[in-house]
Design a protein. Structure first.
Lengths: 500, 500
């Protein structure tokens, strides 16, 4: 007898996938195309489709179907079983907090975020604090409801929304090793780099030329333009659907590098989406395996590949041809100079501008603080002080009184997305471990990259990561791809090799 | 006691509106932005949302709610009552044919349309005929099911899908008057225009300049760019939603006029959408009043305004400044020369290229033939012969053996959209009658247009048509706006004045 309950679930989740397709394109459109007057109506349409999707997942029949399908799960293929596991995960996420809390948090989050846009610019912590307190209180409530439904700790219940199967005990160990290593390493690198002799290319770099260069390097590194596009938005992102991936960037005529590296970063996300398992796209198991793995694919492309010497040997003449003008010193376009430019280390206040070495300290600081907030071991009013202490400790910088470059700089907490931050650094470490494995598996990988040949590497990533969707749990996936679960060794070795 | 059934219906139709918003943006994206590889997935997503919308309308509870709300309709405001009437209309459209027929027709239509793309190019009627026969048979079946549910005649039941409340008895009378007048008039105009001395501007006209010119004239004539955009697609259209209207065009470097007049035509559609009643947008009564009124707004802008002498007096220097180059004769940019260029009359085979005077004959020919098909008074195999006879009679051209420029030229019948064609000419006549009324109501309208002032005219159209949504039935709306229901007098007078 076929497992009809499972089939019914596939039907429900296919419907959800189709609605998500439309929502995803509408989100992209909102960021890249929509005229400003369209935003209210778009917000209403996207909110309604979220409600519909939530109703479909939370429907009473879904729980029954999952339970019954699970009872006959031995009739299912391994992928179907993994799909059922992911369906259950989505059902749990959708149903473990009550709808009043969802609404209250959405409202508080949107008010806090709206106010943040002006309060941050004004360095106005006093008016921001009560708004953030409301959001944090509601997020604590959320974490407790989720904890109860999932038998995870409150913080882990949030973390699992972004990094399914992950837990803070494991993250604590990993991050502790980075805290042990990084602060002193950062100081050494900064000291050493003082002696570097770098020539910074001066613009203007015409936007059309930057765009063409980005498109060219996207294509060379394996972005499939039959199934995606590049556009402009204020905040760069990777959106759309697997069959039609939309990445965005923004350009400055003074600096080509930020946009170019941004484009390559998003291309890493995009290739993951484009490479997801075709036959499972409409089902939960066909989607990407959490934010830490997603970020690993963008950082693989950006940090492991694009900012590395082999890639820049290949790309430097292309970049020069695209962007050099009569004013620019020929010397500045050498692979070596571009390499040094792309790997400057400097402790600074702002996470999103941070280099590869200091970035984890920004993340760990936030991770430690948000755990304390969720566990009620820190009050919002004491947040700026602790931020200042940790910034001094980790990066040697004080943020006393400087809220806008301190604890008010990110958008994540304003809408209650606690549990998200660690995925950035987990991603960076996954990327280093994956590159190490690829380097062992693919003969002469560096030489291939230096010649602009990415076929074998993309195939390896597709086999090991992209085409696996959410078939494995995260630890299993890393073991499948690299032979062991995530550890800090490869990331630290990578940093030593590139910056030490 | 409030009419709770009515409130529940508003809730259902609001949900439908939000889904239609996403579908509409996804349709626009498909035509204007989507990479080719995205089409299969997009098709699936759009098909699924159609199914969801249909389920929402056809749900058993909807019929009950409509019936119960109707019983207490005196508690409702006039707009709410009109809204309930439109809900009933949509419910009837969604439920009066069975779902097997819907599927069969969608399949046959898509097969026929797919084949048509190559068969038309090959002038291959023989292979096209059986495909079309299947579509027509299913459309006859549809018309009969709809007739039974609505107590209209089969053809009128189809016509009502596009032109709610309209009937072929009235259309017959109107079209008979045009058939009486036009063929002889066309001959006279062609004869008279032989003496015209016209200078055709020669390109190339850079696409960027054409685009800027289109944007400028859109803005001058009242398109609101806070709530809409202009892009490029293969088939120009007006899409999006009232709050965010997306129009498209396509450019040729050899000919600026087709794109420019196309942009102004779509701007007419767009202003209607942008002017719909804000407080009713999410409800059926807030949408446009059928295709004939929609086409009246585009043809008002294109035929009544943009191809007229006052507008070209205003626009000629702007067009010249945008597009003239050293090769072009200065003389060709005069308002008088552009006016003559924009109003050439020439009987030809292809409807979509037809001028304002011959266009109705193309439509009437199709209307007469499709009525015969639906009433089983004509078989598909005899279609080419009758087409040829009517083309000779109406436009003096033979299409014997020339199927691709004859009965295979349009896409409408391939997917079974019979009943649509008459709306083009009803739109042209509505436009002439509306312009006549506006001209009486607004002092010195021609002079205003000649100065590029469209404020009073747009306000008049907004008051009389746009902001009325679907509050009135079509005849009532025309009476509200012009004092009488549609008749041929104003259109014929307009043609005599412009071409006679």
């Amino acid at each position: 007898m076929p497992n009809t309950c499972y089939s019914q679930l596939e039907h429900v989740f296919n419907r959800i996938y189709q609605l998500q397709h439309l929502a995803s394109i509408a989100h992209w459109d909102m960021a890249a195309m929509m005229p400003s007057g369209g935003s209210h109506a778009r917000g209403e349409a996207l909110a309604e489709v979220s409600v519909i999707i939530n109703e479909l997942i939370s429907d009473n029949s879904t729980a029954d179907l999952i339970q019954q399908a699970d009872q006959s799960k031995l009739e299912l293929s391994a992928w179907q079983q993994a799909n059922l596991r992911e369906m259950h995960r989505l059902w749990l996420n959708a149903t473990s907090i009550n709808s009043e809390l969802v609404k209250a948090k959405a409202l508080a989050g949107s008010q806090c975020e709206h106010a943040w846009r002006t309060l941050r610019a004004d360095n106005n912590w006093q008016d921001f604090q009560p708004l953030l307190e409301t959001v944090i209180d509601l997020t604590i409530e959320e974490s407790q409801q989720r904890a109860e439904a999932s038998s995870l700790s409150p913080y882990d219940a949030l973390l699992n929304l972004y990094e399914p199967g992950q837990n803070s005990a494991a993250v604590d160990v990993i991050f502790a090793e980075l805290v042990e290593f990084l602060p002193a390493f950062i100081q050494r690198v900064v000291e050493r780099q003082k002696g570097d002799n770098i020539t910074r290319p001066t613009g203007p770099f015409p936007i059309e030329a930057q765009r063409d260069l980005g498109l060219l390097l996207m294509e060379k590194t394996g972005f499939n333009f039959e199934h995606g596009r590049l556009d402009v938005s204020h905040h760069p992102f990777c959106g759309g659907v697997s069959e039609d991936v939309r990445i965005t960037t923004r350009y400055s005529e003074d600096d080509f590098s930020e946009s170019l590296m941004g484009v390559l970063h998003e291309t890493g996300h995009a290739k993951y989406e484009q490479g997801l398992p075709k036959e499972w796209l409409s089902q939960p198991v066909g989607s990407a395996r959490g934010m830490g793995i997603h970020e690993s694919q963008s950082l693989f492309q950006e940090m492991q590949i694009a900012r590395g010497q082999p890639f820049l040997q290949f790309a430097a003449p292309i970049i020069q041809q695209s962007l050099s003008n009569e004013q620019t010193d020929k010397q500045c376009w050498s692979a070596e100079n571009l390499y040094q430019l792309n790997n400057r280390v400097k402790p600074d206040y702002i996470r999103v501008n941070a280099d590869e070495v200091t970035y984890p300290m920004h993340v760990i600081l936030r991770y430690e603080i948000e755990k304390l907030l969720i566990n009620k071991e820190l009050e919002v009013k004491d947040l700026p002080e602790l931020w200042d202490i940790k910034m001094q400790q980790y990066l040697g910088l004080s943020t006393a009184g400087n809220y806008k470059d301190g604890c008010m700089q990110d958008i994540h907490w304003t809408d209650g997305s606690l549990g998200y931050f660690p995925t950035y650094t987990l991603g960076a470490m996954n990327a280093a471990q994956l590159y190490n494995a690829a380097d062992k598996a693919i003969p002469e990988l560096s030489q291939q990259i230096a010649k602009g040949e990415f076929g074998a590497l993309n195939q390896w990533q597709k086999d090991k990561i992209w085409s696996q969707g959410s078939y494995f749990e995260i630890d299993e996936l890393m073991s499948y791809a690299t032979g062991e679960k995530l550890n800090t060794r490869y990331f630290i070795n990578h940093l030593k090799k590139r910056f030490g």
